[in-house]
Ligand binder design. Structure first.
Ligand code: ADP
Ligand code: ZN
Length: 222
């Protein structure tokens, strides 16, 4: 099964992606993760996209198409994939459809997860991650007595760089979040519509617990 998972930043896409990948054995293709890995690795691609990402802007369609074309053609993707964070613009949606036609594949389901903007801003401004184990969590999950220690792995600092383990993503500041939401509603919703014209599409209510959202997703996927 090939699934495209769409939704505003902070809508819980990442959590639903993990559920789907595990329960349905799909290859997880997250363009945000791929780009962040490039930035962390200091590659030439990473240097090119770093400032764009920190500002909450979109990386160019050409570059994104190239990245996704390459990834979808790797052998492990033939058994079913989950695209997370792509497409985000109408040209990317059209590029994806053309690419899939080319390689004889299709999208079985497009899922668009929605939530009110204010809920999203609340969630994202309290989102922190651990540099050491990668866990993403809410500030509320930190120990108030030791808010600098990761509750999952116990790290306080990155052993390699000495940087604090717990950090907020550069693009999770309120102003940048508002900008990302605007990019989503002006560009990514149009991309969702372009896909809906070609593939089965479903809107999923993203409020409630992650399990409730997962149940709605399971419902439409059958
Ligand atoms: P979010 O948590 O906002 O859903 P992601 O982790 O998917 O975001 O992506 C983070 C950033 O990476 C985006 O704000 C954007 O700068 C860049 N990015 C990821 N995917 C794409 C894409 N398909 N097109 C353009 N830029 C992208
Ligand atoms: Zn950790």
């Amino acid at each position: 099964m090939n699934v495209v998972l769409m939704g505003a930043p902070g809508v819980g896409k990442g959590t639903q992606a993990r559920y789907l990948v595990e329960s349905r054995g799909l290859v997880h293709i997250s363009t945000g993760d791929m780009l962040r890995a490039a930035v962390a690795g200091g590659s030439e691609l990473g240097r090119r996209v770093e400032a764009v990402m920190a500002a909450g802007e979109l990386v160019s369609d050409d570059l994104m198409m190239e990245l996704v074309r390459e990834r979808l053609q790797q052998p492990d993707a033939a058994g079913g994939w989950l695209l997370d964070g792509f497409p985000r613009t109408v040209p990317q949606a059209e590029g994806l459809a053309a690419l899939l036609d080319d390689i004889g594949q299709a999208v079985d389901a497009v899922l668009v997860i929605t939530a009110p903007d204010e809920e999203i801003i609340r969630r994202l401004t309290s989102r922190v991650s651990c540099r050491v184990c990668g866990k993403i969590m809410n500030r509320k999950e930190l120990d108030p007595a030791r808010p600098d220690v990761c509750p999952a792995c116990g790290a306080q600092a990155d052993p390699k760089t000495g940087e604090p383990a717990i950090y907020q993503r550069e693009d999770d500041r309120e102003e940048t979040i508002r900008h990302r939401l605007e990019v989503f509603s002006t560009q990514t919703l149009a991309a969702a519509e372009a896909l809906a014209a070609r593939y089965p599409s479903h809107r999923i209510e993203g409020t409630g617990t992650p399990d409730e959202v997962a149940a709605r997703v399971a419902d439409v996927l059958g």
